[in-house]
Design a protein around this ligand. Sequence first.
Ligand SMILES: Cc1cc2nc3c(=O)[nH]c(=O)nc-3n(C[C@H](O)[C@H](O)[C@H](O)COP(=O)(O)OP(=O)(O)OC[C@H]3O[C@@H](n4cnc5c(N)ncnc54)[C@H](O)[C@@H]3O)c2cc1C
Length: 325
Amino acid sequence: MSSTWVVGETNADGSLAKISTELATLARNLADAGGPTPVGVVVGADPGRAATELAAYLPRVVAVAAPDAADHAWAAVAGDRVAALVGADGPGYVLVSASPDGRDLGGTVAGLLGWGVLGNAIAVTWADEGPSVEMSVFGGRLLTTSALNGGRGVITVRPNAAAAAAAAAPGVVETAAPPTGTLPAVRIVERVAEAEAIAPIDEARVVIAGGRGVGGPEGFGIVEELAKALGGVVGASRAAVDAGWISYAHQVGQTGKIVKPQLYVALGISGAIQHKVGMQTAETIIAVNRDPEAPIVEFADVVVVGDLFEFVPALLDALKARRGG
Ligand SMILES: Cc1cc2nc3c(=O)[nH]c(=O)nc-3n(C[C@H](O)[C@H](O)[C@H](O)COP(=O)(O)OP(=O)(O)OC[C@H]3O[C@@H](n4cnc5c(N)ncnc54)[C@H](O)[C@@H]3O)c2cc1C
């Protein structure tokens, strides 16, 4: 029986990235539905911590020590190691995150093994002897469902495709030193911090999002204030991003981030389908909209029909009063 490999990504401090816990759960779900045995692999200068964390989700994890990527892309050091390990196992599937590093790695592994790639999956299920992969394509205009030929392939997966859940019992961690080839080491010549670094919106427990209804860049002031008061991060509709009122990093939806917070507050957002697919799995959705017939009214848990510029300041005052000024 072949395997479904989950390539673990690490944070700067060596811990496991949240997306990798989701991919591991996804691989286990595939196995539960009749798919291949899930196996994890972590490649890095010091892979032990992330490998142990990944083993909370998978029965077996392989830790591969590799030189620090330093000023090279991670795929340049991880790519041929992952390809050698996975290729030696025979046909199978490789799940990597659809992050910039994950996409680099997915392409590298697919190229080295001569396997196909399905990119940017928003859902993966097991069907008819292979993974059924749902993707948002053509800039979000279409949702497609695809399969891989030959029982093998690489799938890059977007955040929140599965809710992470640890396995009943932790798995084992092994080490391996697969042979390495001579990949061209693509050098990173410069790292530029985003002018406006934000907390990762797809990991936030509270998202306060603004749309065209906030009326302009200054309208996001009130959105930020509410986000601060509720310990959340600021999201936005594409209309607000396209208008240049806020950066793309905040965009929620089919061509932005898919979020799954406990609370999503939509301020002046109509709830178009392309926005809805990015936030519909939030636990509680509160919409503030002056149009009682806006599409968001259909799927929000709580709807405030009114002007956001009247409602939000009143809410902020009430929050302040409750916290004793
Ligand atoms: C291929 C494609 C991909 C797309 N991807 C995305 C995506 O990733 N994310 C996304 O968001 N959109 C996306 N869109 C765009 C999407 O179709 C909508 O155009 C967009 O979501 C609308 O943004 P909005 O709700 O802010 O604006 P509008 O639809 O203009 O809605 C504004 C809302 O604000 C309300 N309002 C106005 N003033 C106030 C006020 N003072 N108080 C309270 N309410 C007020 C109005 O009643 C209205 O409901 C995509 C479209 C296409 C074609």
